[in-house]
Design a protein around this ligand. Structure first.
Ligand code: GUN
Length: 641
C-alpha cells in the first residue's frame, strides 16, 4: 500500500487528471466530490450515499467538538463510527464559523489535536477566511496567518489540509499557493470562494483557481471548498481542480430545489421528472411534490447527489477520451458568466505547458474560440515561424488538390520536389506547410465550414509583406521557383522540429536517411540510417517515436535539447536495461518537457542511458515522488543497442 498522502496520476487531459489519493481509510479517486455531512442532522446516511457513488465525505470537527454528546462519542469511538462510514473522511476546522461569528472558542492547535484524536483522514488547519470584498491588506494578513499556523502541525504521518486564501488578488493567491505548498500540508484546498460561487462571480473564481494551481505543488490534490455544483465542475477540473465538497445537494433539497446538469430548478416549476433521475421510477412529479417535508428532502437530496456524481463520471470519461475541452465548451453555454470565466481561462497562455502534442480524441474546430486551444496556438506559432524562417515563395494549395486521391497527391509531391517554394494549405486559418499535413490535429480533426472559409491569400500577404504568395488550384498557370529536394526527408525533419523545438533536424535525419512507407497507405512508417532504425512515424497522430539509435542521434546532434531527465546512480542500471524511470530517482529535469513526448534519460555524468515517453510535463516533474515519470521504450544497455 502506498504511503498516506501519496497522489498518483492515472490519466490526464492537459491540467485535468484522474488520480488516486491514498488515505488511512482507503483511496480517493479524483476528480471527486465529498458530500458535506452535518453530524447533528444526517438526512442521507453514508450507506445510502455510497450507493449513489460517494467515495469520501467531509464533516465539521468544530460542530463535533462543541457538541458534548458528539465529542464524547467521537473521542471514544472515532469519527468514522460517529457518522457510520469507514471510508475516507475529511474534517473541516471551523474556519467558516469563525468567519461568520467573528471567532471561535478554540485555537488552531486545539482543532488540529481534536481532528487527530477522532481519527480524521484529512485534518484541516484553522485557516483565516477572506471574502472577495476584503482589502489587499486584510487578505494578505489572512494568507500570512494561515501559513504561520502550518508551523503548528507535527510531521507525524497525518494528512493535513492547508487552505490557499488570497481573496480576488492573483498575487496573494500565488503567494499563498507557494508558501502552503512549501509547508508540511499534503492537501491544498482553495478557500474563500463560497461568496464567489453564490454570486455567480465565475470569472473571479477561475482567476483564483488559476493563480493557485499554477503556483501549487502539482503532486498535491487541489480541492475547491464549496464548489460542488454540477454547472461549474467541468471548467474547474479543466483548470486543474481535483476535489470538491458539496453541501448544496442538501441545502437545495431543503428549499425544494432540484439540481440539473446545467442549472437549479424549483420543484414547483418542474413539469417532468428527468428520466435519468434515481427518483424517476419511484415517483411522478406530483407524488414527489406531495411528499411529507422530511421524506421530500431526503428524496431531493438523493436526486441532487446523484446529479453531482453523474457529472463527475462524465468528466472522468472525458479525461480518459482527452475530450474535456470539447465538453467544457458546450457546458459553459449554460450561463453567461460561466462563458465569461471560460473565455478568461482561454486567455491563460501557461496552460500550454501541460498539453501533449496530440490527444486521443479528434480536434473539433467549431468556431474562432477554438483558436485559443493550446494545441491550435502551438501549431499556429510553429507554422508561422517555419514560414518566416524560410525566405521562399509561398504557394497556397487549394482544398481540391489536397483530396486523398493518390494521383493528385503524387502530382503535388512531384511539384514540391522540383521547387523550393513553401507549400501550405489553409487549416482553420493556419497556413500549414505540406510537411505537417499528416500530423495531429490536421488529419485528426473535423472543421466547421466557417473554419475553412478564411482568406489565406490576404492573411499571408499581410503577415509576410513583400513575399510572393500565389494560389494553386491546378498546376497550370502557376510558375514555381525551381529546386531539388526530397519530400519525405523534409517532412520528418519538420515534424522533428515541431516535437523538439529545435532547428537541428537535418542532423537528426541526415541526407542519407532511408525512409520506408506503408504499402497499404503510402504513408511514411520508418526512418533508418545505415543499419539502424532511428524512428517510426506513428499512424495515429503523425508524430515521431525514436529508437535507442535515434536517441543517440538526438543526444549527439542536439546537446542543447531541452528534453532530458537526469537520474541518480541507483536508477541507472535499471534504465540502461529498459526499465521505467520513477520520479523518486530524478535528480534534474528540463522544465520544457511536454507530456507524452519522447524524452532522453541521462545519468549523473550526463551520459545517455535510455529513451522513453514523459508521463507529465517538465513543470510537474520535480514535484512527484511516486510513480512512473518516464515510460522507457529502450535502454542503451539492452542487447542489440
Ligand atoms: N469552507 C468553505 N470555505 C472554506 C474556507 O475558506 N476554509 C475552510 N477551512 N473551510 C471552508
Amino acid at each position: 500500500m502506498a504511503e498516506n498522502g501519496t497522489f498518483e496520476i492515472v490519466d490526464r487531459d492537459g491540467l485535468a487528471r484522474i488520480a488516486r489519493f491514498q488515505t488511512p481509510h482507503g483511496i480517493i479517486e479524483t476528480p471527486g466530490v465529498m458530500p458535506v455531512i452535518n453530524p447533528n442532522i444526517i438526512v442521507l446516511s453514508p450507506g445510502e450515499m455510497s450507493k449513489l457513488g460517494m467515495q469520501a465525505l467531509i464533516t465539521n470537527s468544530y460542530i463535533i467538538k462543541r457538541t458534548p454528546e458528539l465529542a464524547e462519542k467521537a473521542l471514544k469511538q472515532g469519527v468514522h463510527s460517529l457518522v457510520g462510514f469507514d471510508g475516507p473522511i475529511m474534517t473541516d476546522s471551523g474556519t467558516f464559523q469563525s468567519f461568520v461569528y467573528g471567532g471561535i472558542e478554540y485555537t488552531n492547535k486545539d482543532m488540529l489535536d481534536f481532528q487527530k484524536s477522532i481519527g480524521s483522514d484529512i485534518c484541516t488547519i484553522l485557516d483565516i477566511f477572506s471574502t472577495p470584498d476584503d482589502s489587499f491588506t486584510k487578505a494578505q494578513y489572512a494568507v500570512e496567518e494561515t501559513y504561520r499556523r502550518t508551523h503548528e502541525i507535527k510531521d507525524d504521518g497525518t494528512i493535513y489540509a492547508g487552505t490557499i486564501q488570497g481573496s480576488i488578488y492573483p498575487s496573494l493567491r500565488k503567494r499563498s499557493a507557494r508558501i502552503m505548498s512549501s509547508s508540511a500540508v499534503r492537501y491544498l484546498p482553495i478557500g474563500g470562494v463560497v461568496p464567489m460561487l453564490e454570486s455567480y462571480s465565475y470569472a473571479n473564481l477561475i482567476s483564483a483557481i488559476h493563480s493557485a494551481k499554477m503556483n501549487a505543488d502539482f503532486s498535491k490534490p487541489i480541492h475547491l471548498f464549496g464548489g460542488g455544483h454540477p454547472m461549474f465542475l467541468a471548467l474547474s477540473v479543466l483548470a486543474g481542480v481535483d476535489m470538491f465538497d458539496s453541501a448544496s445537494y442538501i441545502k437545495y433539497a431543503r428549499d425544494d430545489r432540484i439540481l440539473l446538469q446545467d442549472r437549479t430548478v424549483d420543484l414547483s416549476d418542474l413539469e417532468r421528472m428527468p428520466a435519468w433521475s434515481p427518483l424517476a421510477d419511484r415517483y411522478t412529479i406530483n407524488e414527489l411534490r406531495d411528499l411529507e417535508k422530511e421524506e421530500k428532502t431526503k428524496a431531493l437530496a438523493t436526486h441532487n447527489l446523484f446529479a453531482i456524481f453523474s457529472e463527475i463520471s462524465e468528466i472522468k470519461q472525458r479525461i480518459a477520451e482527452q475530450s474535456l475541452r470539447r465538453y467544457v465548451k458546450g457546458k459553459v453555454r449554460s450561463h453567461p458568466y460561466l462563458k465569461d470565466a471560460y473565455l478568461k481561462f482561454l486567455g491563460y497562455k501557461d496552460v500550454m505547458h501541460f498539453e501533449s502534442y496530440s490527444r486521443k480524441a479528434s480536434f473539433y474546430y467549431t468556431d474562432v474560440e477554438d483558436r485559443k486551444d493550446p494545441i491550435y496556438s502551438r501549431l499556429r506559432n510553429f507554422c508561422l515561424a517555419e514560414i518566416a524562417g524560410r525566405d521562399e515563395d509561398i504557394v497556397i494549395v487549394d482544398d481540391v488538390l489536397v483530396s486523398p486521391v493518390l494521383s493528385l497527391e503524387s502530382d503535388l509531391v512531384h511539384a514540391y520536389e522540383n521547387s523550393s517554394a513553401i507549400f501550405v494549405k489553409n487549416w482553420n486559418g493556419i497556413p500549414v506547410p505540406m510537411e505537417m499535413w499528416d500530423t495531429y490535429p490536421i488529419q485528426q480533426s473535423i472543421s466547421s465550414f466557417s473554419g475553412r472559409r478564411s482568406n489565406m491569400l490576404s492573411t499571408l500577404s499581410k503577415i509576410f509583406p513583400g513575399r510572393s504568395v500565389q494560389k494553386m488550384r491546378d498546376r497550370l498557370g502557376v510558375r514555381l521557383p525551381e529546386g531539388k529536394r526530397r519530400f519525405d526527408l523534409e517532412k520528418i525533419r519538420m515534424i522533428a522540429r515541431y516535437q523538439f523545438s529545435t532547428d537541428g533536424s537535418s542532423m537528426i535525419f541526415p541526407d542519407e536517411s532511408a525512409i520506408r512507407t506503408s504499402k497499404k497507405t503510402d504513408r511514411i512508417r520508418t526512418v533508418s540510417y545505415g543499419e539502424d532504425l532511428i524512428a517510426t512515424l506513428r499512424a495515429s497522430d503523425g508524430l515521431l517515436t525514436f529508437t535507442s539509435a535515434g536517441a543517440k542521434l538526438l543526444d549527439l546532434a542536439l546537446p542543447g535539447l531541452k528534453c532530458r531527465v537526469m537520474v541518480s546512480d541507483e536508477s541507472r542500471e535499471f534504465n540502461l536495461q529498459g526499465k521505467n524511470v520513477f520520479f523518486k530517482f530524478i535528480v534534474r529535469s528540463d522544465k520544457e518537457i511536454i507530456p507524452g513526448n519522447d524524452t532522453l534519460v541521462v545519468d549523473q555524468s550526463g551520459k545517455l542511458i535510455a529513451i522513453g515517453k514523459a508521463t507529465v510535463s517538465g513543470k510537474e516533474m520535480r514535484y512527484f515522488k511516486r510513480g512512473v515519470a518516464i515510460d522507457v521504450r529502450s535502454g542503451l544497455g539492452q542487447s542489440g543497442n
